[in-house]
Design a protein around this ligand. Structure first.
Ligand code: KG4
Ligand code: ZN
Length: 346
């Protein structure tokens, strides 16, 4: 029996999970409300909140799993990428535990863990599979050959999909993180009412900065155009009124464009690689329209589609635990000199 205790602290969620033989027994996440008033994550405040949360969160994960520290076989932690202060809190805590318990330490790459969230539960995708990983900081298509062998074959050349959601929401005057709010308002809206451009980027790469700019101009022009035109500039009052009266349709149209950009690229990648086991992962994979459109496209193209449960899409420690479990089987351990890193190679 292999028991992994996992810790995730790469951004603004402090999370811990216990997994036995690849089965998740607990998945505990403490969100940090302190950032809402600033419209984005404040790194220093995130580090301090991690320090306050980490002991109670790990304790809760162990208790929920009915697991004692002495029975843990290895400690897995997010080593990179992320906010360096946040990573350091989880990393140092994991190292201290490993040292005190004399148990091996497993360093996990946060983005690889998002991909492997698809190996939690049944049915599992077969290798090789493709994974569209869409989060606040990344948009990638990953070719996964085994739990420990994967490579990025497409990625964004500018903003991430989550950023496109959050920045659009900010332009609409919605609080951070705006992705889930756009999802919520879009439920009532018409996705075809307003048109935003689809970028033509070669290969399997993405771009979202053009869409973001067209949304900015569209709002500045109170919906009359999404191209920069000084003569159409609306007053602040007109812009506010336009947003108020059309919020659902604007959200649905923005969401529709982001989702079609993602899925058109995923379709192209599947056709060109011949791979038909396809997964999605990361915070944006919690988006209801992306989930629906992904399943519909999969049916049409005869894919086997895999979508993690909601709790394993946004940042969580269960994905670190499952990755830790496969690394444990591969005896891929880190020593105590291992340091956290804001950026990371694959
Ligand atoms: O993976 P994640 O939790 O953290 C990072 O590693 O970045 O992703 C967070 C991102 C944010 O941009 C958030 O707005 C977005 O995921 N997100 C959503 C939804 N839920 C979370 N975007 C659109 N619709 C959602 N339902
Ligand atoms: Zn993430």
């Amino acid at each position: 029996m292999t028991t992994i205790l996992a810790i995730e602290s790469s951004c603004d969620e402090t999370a811990a999970s216990v997994c036995i033989d690849g089965r998740i027994l607990s998945n505990y996440v403490a969100n940090q409300k302190v950032h809402e008033q600033y419209g984005g994550v404040v790194p220093e405040l995130a580090s301090r909140a991690h320090m306050q949360n980490i002991v109670p969160v790990v304790d809760a994960a162990l208790k929920t799993a009915d697991c004692r520290l002495e029975t843990v076989d290895a400690i897995a932690f997010t080593q990179s990428p992320g906010l360096i202060g946040s990573l350091l809190v989880g990393g140092q805590f994991a190292k201290s535990l490993a040292l005190a318990l004399n148990k091996p330490l497993i360093a996990v790459h946060h983005m690889q863990a998002h991909v492997l969230a698809n190996l939690i539960g049944e049915p599992k995708p077969s290798f090789p599979f493709l994974c569209l990983t869409v989060s606040g900081g990344h948009t990638q298509i990953v070719l996964c050959e085994s739990p420990t062998k994967m490579k990025v074959i497409g990625e964004t050349i500018d903003d991430a999909a989550g950023e496109a959601f959050d920045k659009s929401a900010k332009l609409l005057g919605l609080p951070y993180p705006g992705g889930p709010l756009i999802d919520k308002y879009a439920q009532q809206g018409d996705p075809n009412r307003f048109k935003f451009p689809e970028p033509q980027i070669p290969g399997f790469n993405f771009s979202f900065s053009g869409v973001k700019t067209s949304i900015l101009y569209f709002l500045q022009n109170a919906g009359k155009s999404n191209i920069y035109k000084t003569e159409f500039m609306a007053t602040e009052e007109e812009k506010k009124k336009f947003i108020q009266n059309n919020l659902a349709d604007i959200c649905a149209s923005i969401q529709h464009r982001i989702v079609t950009i993602l899925l058109n690229k995923l379709k192209k990648t599947s056709i060109e690689t011949g791979i038909t086991d396809i997964c999605i992962a990361g915070g944006v994979s919690a988006n209801s329209q992306l989930r629906i459109a992904f399943e519909e496209l999969g049916k049409k193209l005869k894919w086997r589609t895999f979508v993690p449960a909601f709790e394993y899409c946004t940042d969580n420690a269960a994905m670190i635990a499952i990755t830790g479990y496969y690394k444990y089987l591969a005896k891929d351990f880190a020593d105590l000199s291992f340091s956290s890193s804001a950026r990371a190679e694959w």
